[in-house]
Design a protein around this ligand. Sequence first.
Ligand SMILES: Cc1cc2nc3c(=O)[nH]c(=O)nc-3n(C[C@H](O)[C@H](O)[C@H](O)COP(=O)(O)O)c2cc1C
Length: 161
Amino acid sequence: MISIVYVSNAGSSKRYAEMLSEKTGCPCYAFADSDKAVGSDVIFIGWVMAGAVQGLSEARVKFGTLKAVVAVGMMKSDSQDASIKEKNSISEPYFSLAGAFDMKKLSGMYKMMMGMMVKMIKGKLKESNEPKAKEMVEKFEEGFDMVSEENLGDILAFIGE
Ligand SMILES: Cc1cc2nc3c(=O)[nH]c(=O)nc-3n(C[C@H](O)[C@H](O)[C@H](O)COP(=O)(O)O)c2cc1C
């Protein structure tokens, strides 16, 4: 049996886990509440912070070999996927999904980290006024939500195999 286990900070990884669960009938659990998943084939979904898939090492300790790893970040790109795989030593089947970002949903250290990042990009903007950086600052300040069922095609095909 397949179980879906997730670690989510602001909710987008949780939403993907719940969507997958609804579509496949596989149960899904927050990592903190995942004892029932021990012994099943676990698909682990974790949000990405500074390139690290949150909760992945703990999930490997708890469940052993994972059936697949799904990284939820602010975007999906081949270059980021390559570096996430390397940084997190991912040899399991790997998928990535674009998540959501809302400064208002962050608190504590995470809010501070992202606040510093936006400030840094803004500082660089003053020097160069690069359109791409401007777009990025606007995206962070306004927030964005790219969570969509349409993104799940590859993972659903994998589960169906
Ligand atoms: C402190 C911090 C660092 C982040 N670092 C990355 C990153 O390195 N790469 C990335 O794609 N997304 C990064 N993100 C964006 C989150 O991964 C993204 O918003 C994700 O959807 C959050 O998932 P959640 O809603 O389940 O918490 C970062 C977000 C925060 C708050």
